[in-house]
Design a protein around this ligand. Structure first.
Ligand code: GDP
Ligand code: MG
Length: 710
């Protein structure tokens, strides 16, 4: 007699449990009622692989939520008796529905074997299974069987024996992620459970929290704590409000999303059978041929909408800050050279106002991204990209942090926590800044309309974003080939069903990110614009030089020029003085020092000065250009910065500025987060230095080629 183990057969009704049970046990069976209820449970014996197995045929159940008496029996057996192996008998001809129980067993961390029974039926319906992939996704062996013919039974026994012997290996089992909203509520409930339950608790807390959220009668009955019940009610109403579904429905939808994702990658159907609306949409959207064009097209549409919708309120805000600047200026006498006035108008309003102008564009972009996320399309985007990501040695799950990177690199790097493999995680982190973040949008929004005609603007923006994506791919591939070599682990790319986003959900997601941006404008950017203003103002021109310009002005006034010509002459003198003053200032000197380095990229020292500011935060570039050019251009306030840029630089320089800002040194916040999340300064420095060098080389190439081609 070998070691005694208990093996439970679970599965949906009519999946062939009893048939397989008979095959496994032969005649050695025993039928009895489950203690306390009139639900029949059979058990039998089998010797295999040196083990003495007691096999139990549980009543059929669709899920582990306690509904019928049969389901309660099956569930309690698995939870309370803790069998050494749970075999989930799956009707493989009706796979997605049958896998629901498998997902729940997976979440319960049951030692699982999946028997794909009715594989003859499945085959005749045109299904082909990649059992190896499926078994990696579910973290359990998958065996194909034909119950009534006894096919696959010995393989099944081998799988059972191997799971029984290798129990509790540690190792992370796959898990379903329920999306930000639901995960937050799960975390809140777990926190309360930890306080309520006497430690150490028997059941897995995450599983219990899920069951409580699912309104499982049995689980709910176990707790009388008003605090916990209050939290559950609050969580339920939050989920309802944000997702538009009850927690039960939303949770089930995510589980089906997991299944759907796993099947998309490992089940081939030679006959297309599509049942739900989501399946029908997916038939088009994730279609091998159409997926990429649709994805790229949608991204293009997002940028198109962002620009056309964002432009109008952008003009209003621009006007408002123009008016505010003028109003504050008028508090001083017309020719005053008050430093306070300059600080307020140029430093504060010029800097922060210049950045806040882009708030509408950023909000529209975030709204569009929130819509794609909440509707379920983003999961498809990740799924579609998974194929590509595999080619560069990353997993599709890396794509989600990278997508978030379009909003802000900081949360993107934090989102890499979902990647279990450290190499995957580091690679994703290092290339995340190449996803053009919201803070770079103001730069594009300044440059693109300045140099490119309206009909090319969306295409230009799209191009910049695509360059970032392509560079990320190349860089990731390089990293995976060199310093971050190694295997990547498979995950299930979840495909939750499509749904109409709720208004509250959209508003909240847009607001969260927009607020992050505004807070930055109010703090870091305000501080930096003031600092930059000081750097561009001090040291001031010597009184001698100032007097020189003043006497030139006097001379002009004394000559008998026509009024128009005089104005022009005076403006020219002012411009020269401002330019001289800027050169003389600390910022100007820095810019000049690095100018030789910038020349090959087609940048002058003014752009260089602004680029220094951009290291602190990307959007500071815009603020800085504003400060720089209103300094050198005090008389021509009506001239917008764009017109000034257009007159001074070529579209090629404009493009090079965008390219450099896209690729170069990530902002200080990114540097800090990368260092913290990777646990080492080394990675932060590598990211910072590597990307800056890359940007430098690329921009030189772009500028020099552009010049050659004219
Ligand atoms: P249970 O409700 O899960 O216990 O399912 P049963 O074992 O009672 O089986 C339900 C029906 O499916 C029976 O008629 C079996 O003969 C049939 N069946 C079981 N396994 C297979 C199989 O692999 N292929 C086919 N075609 N039929 C099967
Ligand atoms: Mg049966």
């Amino acid at each position: 007699m070998g070691k005694k183990v208990v093996v439970a057969l679970a599965g949906n009704p009519n999946s062939g449990k009893t048939t397989i049970f008979n095959q496994l046990t032969g005649a050695r069976q025993h039928v009895g009622n489950y203690p306390g209820v009139t639900v029949e449970v059979r058990d039998g014996q089998r010797e295999h692989g040196g083990l003495s197995m007691k096999i139990v045929d549980l009543p059929g159940t669709y899920s582990l939520t306690a509904y019928s008496a049969e389901e309660v029996v099956a569930r309690n057996f698995i939870i309370e008796e803790k069998p050494d192996v749970v075999v989930d008998i799956i009707d493989a001809s009706n796979l997605e529905r049958n896998l629901y129980l498998a997902v729940e067993l997976l979440e319960l961390k049951a030692p699982l074997v999946l028997a794909f029974n009715m594989s003859d039926e499945a085959k005749s319906r045109g299904y082909e299974f990649d059992t190896e992939k499926l078994s990696r996704f579910f973290g359990a062996p998958v065996v194909q069987t034909i119950g009534h013919k006894g096919i696959g039974i010995s393989e099944l026994l081998d799988a059972i024996a191997s799971v029984a012997q290798n129990r509790k290996e540690g190792g992370s089992s796959p898990s379903v992620s329920y999306g930000k909203e639901i995960e937050e509520e799960i975390a809140a409930i777990i926190a309360l459970l930890k306080k309520t339950l006497p430690p150490p608790s028997e059941t897995d807390l995450r599983w219990l929290a899920l069951k409580l959220l699912e309104n499982d009668k049995e689980a709910r009955g176990r707790f009388k704590s008003p605090e916990l019940n209050g939290q559950i009610a609050k969580s339920a109403s939050r989920i309802e409000k944000l997702i538009g579904d009850s927690p039960e429905t939303a949770i089930a939808a995510r589980r089906y999303g997991f299944i759907s994702g796993a099947c998309q990658e490992s089940v081939r159907s030679t006959i297309e059978i599509r049942h739900t609306i989501s399946d029908r949409i997916d038939a088009v959207v994730t279609n091998r041929v159409m997926a990429m064009p649709i994805f790229l097209g949608l991204m293009y549409l997002v940028f198109k909408v962002t620009f056309s919708l964002g432009r109008v309120p952008m003009a209003w805000i621009e006007k408002f800050f123009g008016w505010l600047g003028g109003a504050i200026e008028s508090l001083w006498p017309p020719d005053s050279t008050s430093l306070v006035k300059d600080l307020l108008v140029q430093g504060v309003i010029g800097g922060v106002g210049g950045v806040l102008t882009f708030l509408p564009v950023i909000l529209v972009l975030f709204l569009a991204i929130a819509f794609l996320e909440d509707s379920g399309y983003m999961a498809r985007a990740a799924f579609i990209m998974d194929r590509v990501m595999h080619k560069i040695g990353l997993h599709g799950k890396s794509f989600i942090p990278l997508l978030i990177g379009f909003g802000c690199t900081v949360p993107a790097i934090m989102a890499t926590r979902t990647l279990e493999n450290r190499r995957d995680r580091l690679t994703t982190m290092l290339v995340a800044p190449l996803m053009s973040c919201g803070a770079r949008l103001p730069i594009y929004a300044l440059i693109i309309p300045a140099f490119f005609q309206e009909r090319y603007q969306a295409a230009m923006l799209w191009t910049i974003y695509m360059i970032g994506i392509l560079l990320a791919i190349v860089t990731a591939k390089l990293l995976r080939r060199t310093i971050l070599k190694g295997e990547s682990v498979p995950f299930v790319m979840e495909l939750p069903p499509y749904r109409m986003p709720t208004f509250t959900g959209l508003a909240m997601h847009t607001w969260e990110r927009g607020w992050l941006f505004m807070r930055k404008a109010g703090t870091i950017i305000l501080g930096i614009s003031i600092l930059l203003w000081a750097l561009t103002t001090f040291p001031r021109l010597s009184p001698n030089d100032a007097a020189l310009f003043e006497s030139e002005r006097q001379a002009a006034r004394g000559s008998n020029l026509s009024p128009d010509a005089l104005d022009e002459k005076l403006a020219q003198i002012d411009g020269e003085e401002a330019e001289k003053a800027l050169q003389y200032s600390a910022a100007g000197r820095c810019g000049r020092v690095i100018e030789p380095l910038l020349k090959p990229m087609g940048f002058d020292w003014k752009i260089g000065t602004a680029l220094i500011g951009a290291i602190a935060a990307k959007e500071v570039f815009v603020a800085q250009m504003g400060v720089l050019y209103s300094v050198s251009n005090a008389e021509e306030r009506s001239d917008t910065l764009r017109e000034k840029l257009r007159s001074l630089y070529t579209p090629l320089t404009g493009f090079c500025i965008m390219l450099f800002c896209l690729v170069s040194a990530p902002c200080m916040a990114t540097f800090a987060v990368t260092t913290r999340e990777s646990g080492s300064l080394k990675w932060g420095l590598l990211q910072f230095g590597g990307l800056t060098l890359l940007a430098y080389i690329l921009t030189i190439i772009a500028f020099q080629t552009g010049r050659l081609l004219g």
